[in-house]
Write a protein that binds this ligand. Structure first.
Ligand SMILES: NC(=O)C1=CN([C@@H]2O[C@H](COP(=O)(O)OP(=O)(O)OC[C@H]3O[C@@H](n4cnc5c(N)ncnc54)[C@H](OP(=O)(O)O)[C@@H]3O)[C@@H](O)[C@H]2O)C=CC1
Ligand SMILES: CC(=O)C(=O)O
Ligand SMILES: [Mg+2]
Length: 753
């Protein structure tokens, strides 16, 4: 980990408030009556129901969706026994992953107790609070007995993630890796580094899949685990002790098809790799530093498939691909345990996903590039939206078929739809856009380079590799702010600064700019002044002349003024009639897009159709399937007012031009968002769910609606995103935050990709 990344990680954990988790109420608590319902006396009603029938705890409390992440801090990642307190960031992190990837509420519990029996006592008594227990980072061999005792005592799932989560994802990776290398698992020679919780559980599952014990050699800190060894042995390791003369990892590696590292950093040396079998599979999974780095493997063995546990290399084999989703399925089916059938279902689902053809939405989630099954893609990435959609139902079904489900799922189509709603509504809207922007090396100019929001955003843009930033502003002012704000950007290296008053880069741009605005009432001397004093003009001219790939302008002063300055320079796309603005609002229940929020006061039907098609294109770029509602005061032909007729005419045009687009109208806003209300208004509605792209009859309606919703419902604004500009330039509104600027940067960078 380099120093910059280490500092960024510490800031991430510390700011703006310490830690990564908070607890939020799910019920209103605004009035005296609410207080009475939630607390005394109302709460007693719920208590008495549960006392009479314990199963109703799933109806009246959070228990059914609540998982405890519990550790004693004895094997924290590959950092060793750093203790319960020091493990807390990892456990909070696991809880966040439960929430973000599977909408499971989770709390971390660090228990300062290394004695296995006392630890078991401490955990077992927590059963009433939780729907399931995720044991984490507890070292071998104690972890085996701890898990066994807890599973015997508790009637909710108890799952040691480092054993089974890891085993499941390793099994999927080995299955796909060997398939690519054309080797049957029965013949594969497997060598491990590590004989702990993760390694032994992986081997057990690989053996269940067909691997032969006589083909497996296990190594630990002492070297090969051989028959008769007495040092550092335990009954769990002994199961894999072999009659062999090999004593070190280097001795064990010749002719190995698979290296499975679940041990410690840098223990696999590149010079040993030539002895391995042709096309080896190298899983170097120690965290945070693997047993060997992929670049070293590639240099020594170009025919190898390599995976690590990290997110910064291809093939991240990490239990995050498993635990959120296997628990989702287990909780939803009310499973009393997570059994072998559920684990196998999980392996199959993960392995299948990497081999399946990617849909348009998945391609967007992978940054616009279809993931293709091959050496650099043997398993899906953690952000793949299909993980929850495939794994959770497969696990729930396996729980039902193996007889451990207490709340069987009656309608799997409805269940899947619910999961889809979670993925596509709460799934971080910007994720695919970031993926498309990342690493593409686009240059983005920021007109307001001295603005603190811009500087904060640019730091993130650099950290995330979204773009190479160019800042318009005075170098000494920017340098001082970078210093006083504690930012880490290097103005001599990673960021280019252009001082508009002095930088010679702008001089040759003047004649072109004068030519563009000379007949729009701006005389030559005013144009010369504007280029040097109006950062939006300077930034957009850099874009127009190809010195940067995108521009972010505005944010201070009138939005319209900045827009005009930018539009006068780059103009509109030749294939569109107008430029429009779409604004997204991220709300707790999902994201809504509004168009046209900023530009066209009274669009006609033709323009409504054009803005709808352009906006749908942009919504797809977010990895979201657009469902468009044309909004009106009129409901499906009820009014003959000109604005209602206009929306009906627009609907006809849109359907002619893109018959595949889900679009309907004209309709009321509540019908757009509520399928039940829509069903009462029209029998043959065409939208399959709530609309997510709302098209308004005029600017007032669109602008008022998005601002109102943003303010009243605490929405997070994305945009305005300009649609139809000839080059990627975006104009910030004054309320744009640093995060908003980062988002616009990713949108602009991905539009140039
Ligand atoms: N990518 C992923 O999803 C996951 C990765 N891991 C990683 O696997 C590693 C082990 O975790 P876990 O099994 O939970 O921990 P354990 O403490 O249970 O096991 C650690 C094992 O590694 C062995 N080991 C330690 N140092 C060395 C060394 N220098 N050379 C060879 N073997 C060594 C230990 O040997 P001994 O038995 O002699 O003490 C032990 O067998 C960690 O780095 C962890 O981050 C774990 C889970 C998931
Ligand atoms: C990923 C994980 O659980 C570990 O490294 O311990
Ligand atoms: Mg772990």
């Amino acid at each position: 980990m380099d120093e910059d990344f280490r500092k960024a990680a510490l800031d991430y954990h510390r700011l703006p408030r310490p830690g990564k988790l908070a607890i939020e109420p799910t019920k209103r608590m605004a009035t005296q009556r609410d207080l009475g319902l939630a607390y005394s006396p109302g709460v007693a009603a719920a208590c008495l129901e549960i006392a009479a029938d314990p199963k109703t705890a799933y109806d009246y409390t959070t228990r059914g969706n609540m998982v405890a992440v519990i550790t004693n801090g004895t094997a924290v990642l590959g950092l060793g026994a750093i203790g319960a307190l020091a493990s807390k960031p990892v456990m909070e992190g696991k809880a966040v992953l439960f929430k973000k990837f599977a909408n499971i509420d989770s709390i971390d519990i660090e228990v300062e107790e290394r004695d296995p029996e006392r630890f078991v006592e401490a955990v077992a008594v927590l059963e009433p609070s939780f729907g399931a227990i995720n044991l984490e980072d507890i070292k071998a061999p104690e972890c085996f007995e701890i898990e066994r005792s807890l599973r015997a005592r508790m009637s909710i799932p108890v799952f040691h993630d480092d054993q089974h989560g890891t085993a499941i994802i390793v099994a999927a990776a080995v299955r796909n890796g060997l398939l690519l290398q054309n080797k049957p698992i029965e013949a594969a020679k497997i060598v491990t580094s590590g004989a702990g919780a993760a390694a032994l559980a992986c081997l057990d599952l690989l053996v269940a899949m067909g691997a032969q014990r006589e083909n497996i050699t296990v190594c630990d800190i002492e070297g090969v685990v051989y028959e008769g060894r007495e040092v550092l042995m335990d009954p769990y390791k002994s199961r894999y002790a072999r009659a062999t003369n090999a004593r070190t990892l280097a001795d064990a590696l010749p002719d190995a098809d698979v290296f499975l590292g679940l041990s410690a950093p840098r223990v696999l040396k590149a010079e040993w790799l030539p002895s391995m079998a042709p096309s080896p599979l190298i899983l170097a999974l120690a965290n945070p530093e693997p047993e060997i780095l992929p670049e070293a493997v590639r240099a020594a063995r170009p025919d190898a498939i390599v995976a690590t546990g990290r997110s910064d290399y291809p093939n991240q084999v990490n239990n995050v691909l498993c635990f959120p989703f296997i628990f989702r399925g287990a909780l939803d089916a009310g499973a009393t345990t997570i059994n072998e059938a559920m684990k196998v279902a999980c392996v199959e689902a993960i392995a299948r996903l990497a081999r399946a053809e990617a849909s348009e939405v998945v391609v967007a989630a992978y940054g616009g590039q279809a993931p293709i099954f091959g050496p650099d893609y043997i398993i899906p990435k953690p952000f793949d939206p299909r993980l929850i959609l495939e794994i959770a139902p497969a696990v729930a079904r396996a729980a039902m078929e193996s007889g451990v489900a207490t709340r069987p799922i009656a309608d799997f189509d409805a269940y899947r739809e619910g999961l889809e709603r979670f993925v596509f509504r709460s799934g971080d809207l910007m994720r695919p856009v970031f993926a498309a922007a990342r690493g593409a090396g686009r240059r983005i100019v920021y007109a307001e380079g001295e603005d603190e929001r811009t500087l904060r955003a640019v730091q993130t843009v650099l950290d995330e590799g979204i773009a190479d930033p160019v800042l318009i502003g005075r170098r000494e002012v920017i340098a001082e702010k970078v210093r006083s704000m504690g930012l880490r950007m290097d103005l001599d290296d990673s960021v280019r600064v252009i001082d508009p008053a002095a930088d010679e880069t702008l001089t040759p741009l003047l004649p072109l700019y004068q030519g563009k605005v000379g007949r729009r009432g701006i005389p030559p001397d005013a144009a010369a002044r504007a280029l040097r004093t109006r950062p939006t003009v300077a930034a957009t001219m850099l874009l127009e002349t190809g010195q940067v790939d995108a521009a972010i302008v505005g944010g201070l002063g009138e939005w319209m003024t900045h827009w005009h300055q930018a539009f006068d320079i780059v103009g509109k796309r030749p294939d569109v009639g107008r430029v429009y603005a779409m604004t997204g609002v991220i709300l707790p229940a999902g994201t809504l897009f509004f168009v046209d929020t900023h530009l066209l006061v009274e669009p006609d039907a033709e323009q409504i159709a054009e803005m709808t098609l352009l906006a749908s294109e942009q919504v797809r770029a977010f990895g979201v399937v657009p469902r468009v509602a044309l909004l009106s005061h009129s409901s499906f032909g009820a009014s003959d007012a000109p604005s209602a007729r206009k929306m009906r005419q627009a609907l006809r045009l849109i359907r002619e031009r893109d018959p595949s687009l889900e679009v309907d109208g004209e309709m009321h806003a509540d019908a757009a968002l509520e399928p039940a209300i829509r069903a009462r208004a029209v029998a043959d509605g065409r939208l399959t769910d709530s609309a997510n792209l709302l098209v308004f009859p005029n600017l007032d309606a669109a602008n008022i609606a998005y601002n109102l919703l943003k303010a009243a419902a605490d929405g997070l604004q994305v945009g305005p995103i300009l649609l139809g500009m000839n080059k990627p330039v975006h104009v910030m509104v004054p309320s744009t935050t640093a995060r908003g600027i980062v988002n616009l940067s990713a949108i602009a960078a991905s539009q140039t990709a």
